[in-house]
Ligand binder design. Structure first.
Ligand code: SF4
Length: 272
């Protein structure tokens, strides 16, 4: 059950986020626009069913004639997790202050990629560059991950890349168990919406966050696991491979298992 005031506040945050992202157009009902512009949100107890699209209440006075460019209103659908879709999850993350990392972050890093990916790559937490840009896996680790993705026959746009935590731990320290416990519901909501065919867990923290298992990644890697029914392949984190180039072959072997599972043949590696 969701209060109408919360929905309107969420939409307001969402629009701010869209503007920060450089968006100049979006679809929204006239009724909601009025509530956002004059802030006279009624202290109503009107609620929205978790499974029913939110229907804007009828305006108290006749709505002004829409301009020629106005588009039909888009209702906000709220599902059982309280989130409508990836945009709604991103919106919730952008204003999250549930753990202390909210005080030190520059940007939240919700994740990036396709809305219907075959593969979801999950790392640990944003680093300095990710925090600066609000994008996951940029910098050296990101470049390496992107090469892996391309070598598999995909691109950054056709997979989804995310992290266990959505905010950067100061000095790139490891996430605490408490931070993981507080933040992991966002990732679970993303997985539930995206429904990837395979999850690739990059590094020990990713495996710990998703499976609650803490054996050394060198022992668990390459062995199929399951996360809520979705096949999960644990492997090394790209940052670890950059420091331990001799492990590249093992990483590639794990990725080839994923491709085989998906019925794909890895494209031949081009000689540099
Ligand atoms: S790390 Fe997660 S729980 Fe903590 S503030 Fe960021 S989004 Fe919220």
């Amino acid at each position: 059950m969701t209060n109408l005031n919360n929905i309107v506040n969420d939409i307001e945050q969402y629009l701010k986020h869209q503007i920060e992202e450089g968006e100049t157009n979006t679809e929204i009902s006239q009724d909601i626009m009025e509530k956002l512009s004059n802030k006279t949100i009624p202290k109503t107890t009107t609620t929205v069913s978790d499974s029913t699209p939110a229907t804007p209440t009828a305006p108290a006075k006749p709505a002004p004639t829409p301009t020629k460019t106005a588009k039909p209103a888009t209702a906000v659908k709220v599902n059982a997790t309280g989130c409508a879709d990836m945009d709604a999850i991103t919106l919730k993350i952008s204003s999250c202050t549930q753990c202390s990392l909210a005080k030190t972050r520059t940007n939240t890093v919700p994740g990036q990629g396709s809305n219907s990916p075959e593969i979801m790559f999950i790392g640990e937490a944003p680093g300095a560059k990710e925090d600066e840009q609000g994008r996951p896996f940029v910098g050296r680790s990101g470049n390496f991950l992107e090469k892996m993705i391309v070598a598999m026959g995909y691109s950054r746009e056709t997979v989804f890349i995310g992290n266990i935590l959505k905010c950067r731990p100061p000095d790139n320290r490891k996430p605490t168990q408490e931070e993981i416990d507080i933040c992991i519901p966002y990732l679970k909501q993303q997985i539930a919406v995206l429904k990837p065919k395979v999850i690739i867990a990059l590094g020990a923290t990713s495996v710990k966050g998703l499976l609650g298992k803490t054996p050394a990644i060198s022992k668990l890697r390459g062995e199929w696991q399951k996360f809520e029914g979705i096949p999960l392949m644990p492997t090394f984190h790209p940052a670890y491979i950059l420091r331990n180039q001799s492990k590249k072959g093992e990483l590639w072997a794990d990725l080839k298992k994923v491709l085989t599972f998906l019925g794909k043949t890895p494209p031949p590696i081009k000689k540099q």
